[in-house]
Design a binder for this molecule. Structure first.
Ligand SMILES: Nc1nc2c(c(=O)[nH]1)N[C@H]1C(S)=C(S)[C@@H](COP(=O)(O)O)O[C@H]1N2
Ligand SMILES: [Mo]
Length: 224
């Protein structure tokens, strides 16, 4: 009797195991479909990623993500290099709708998703002499900000626009969301963040007469 129950039990276990094995054949990874752009967020209409005008200094850049690194250098305790995947994994992500205003008179309102520059800086540990944060890009473009602008605001480096990864022409892998600043401060294709003590540093357009602060509520051609 005990033997018989044991046999039935044994058979049931084998059957249950077989059933489990079958159900386990369902793929665990979600199938990736082409991203669809979000055009409205919390009641607010968003611009399309195609509403931008592309007039970057050297045209759209194609960054090969397989050997891409984002480095943080200069006046920091721990210089660091990150892959795209590490940034997306290791840093808390944030979403925010912010409007980019170009000096040429157009603007685009977009849902940005990315990480906070100040979280990256906290990890790197700026030295006390660090006054300025200089951003460098794949096309040789640069722009800079006082360290207080980065540390005292929630400034994002974005990797998604309207719910989809940045397109190559929109700055893939990373664009700075320099809120309250003119469009030329929104550096695309960021490769390096350098902490510096050079308070007179001027980026690409800033060297050519554009305001160094780049504040939206002020003239973009001034003598600061
Ligand atoms: N690396 C890089 N970033 C850049 C530029 C550039 O030429 N190179 N142009 C800037 C200017 S002038 C503007 S208005 C915004 C516009 O972004 P868009 O070219 O995606 O429209 O990107 C900014 N970021
Ligand atoms: Mo611009």
């Amino acid at each position: 009797m005990i033997k018989k129950i044991g046999g039935v039990l044994g058979l049931s276990i084998i059957l249950a195991g077989a059933l489990l094995a079958v159900t386990n054949c369902v793929p665990e990874e979600a199938v990736q479909l082409a991203p669809v752009e979000v055009r409205e967020y919390q009641g607010q209409k968003l611009s399309s990623v195609n509403n931008f005008r592309e007039n970057s200094i050297k045209g759209p850049q194609k960054v090969n993500i397989d050997n891409y690194k984002l480095s943080i250098t200069g006046l920091v305790k721990n210089p660091e290099e990150y892959t795209y995947a590490q940034i997306l994994q290791d840093y808390q992500s944030y979403e925010k709708v912010v409007t980019l205003n170009c000096v040429e008179g157009w603007s685009a309102t977009v849902l940005w998703k990315g990480f906070l520059v100040k979280d990256l800086l906290a990890e790197a540990g700026p030295l006390p002499e660090a006054r300025v944060v200089i951003f460098h890009a794949y096309d040789g473009y640069t722009t800079s900000f006082p360290i207080e602008y980065i540390m005292n605001n929630d400034i994002l480096i974005a990797y998604h626009m309207n719910g989809a990864p940045l397109l190559p022409e929109r700055g893939f892998p990373f664009q700075l969301v320099a809120e309250s600043k003119w469009g030329y401060k929104w550096i695309k294709w960021i490769t390096k963040i350098e902490l510096s003590d050079d308070i007179n540093y001027r980026g690409y357009w800033e060297k050519r007469g554009y305001s160094n602060t780049g504040d939206l509520d002020k003239e973009f051609f001034d003598n600061d």
